[in-house]
Ligand binder design. Structure first.
Ligand SMILES: [Zn+2]
Length: 110
């Protein structure tokens, strides 16, 4: 659960920094977004048992927020591969048929 929140925070950070030039942490908009994410994660009915945390948390959100989260995840997701266990797992599952793409992934394996 804690890791979920940290992951979300990191993703929003990356997104905000690159899209909103947030030099001193998150901009207002992204801070609100993160607050919302934290709130939802805390009261998520699936708690620790979530099969796909990112999927699940996306569906907890009202449509407008969901779009923003999705944009953040789409952008920051590939950049989180080394730090996020579930993304890493999915990455490995896809590896066989995506060997070539992998080299082209932004921020790839470090
Ligand atoms: Zn921002």
């Amino acid at each position: 659960m804690k890791q979920e929140i940290e992951t979300a925070a990191r993703m929003i950070e990356i997104f905000c920094r690159d899209h909103h030039g947030g030099k001193d942490g998150l901009c207002r908009q992204c801070r609100d977004l993160l607050d919302e994410v934290k709130k939802r994660l805390k009261k998520c009915p699936f708690k620790e048992d979530k099969p796909k945390c990112s999927q699940c948390s996306i569906y907890c959100y009202p449509p407008k927020l969901r779009e923003r989260i999705r944009a953040v995840m789409r952008y920051a997701g590939p950049r989180m591969i080394c730090r996020h266990p579930i993304l890493t797992m999915r990455h490995h599952l896809n590896k066989k048929r995506r060997n070539i793409d992998e080299a082209a992934l932004p921020g790839g394996r470090t």
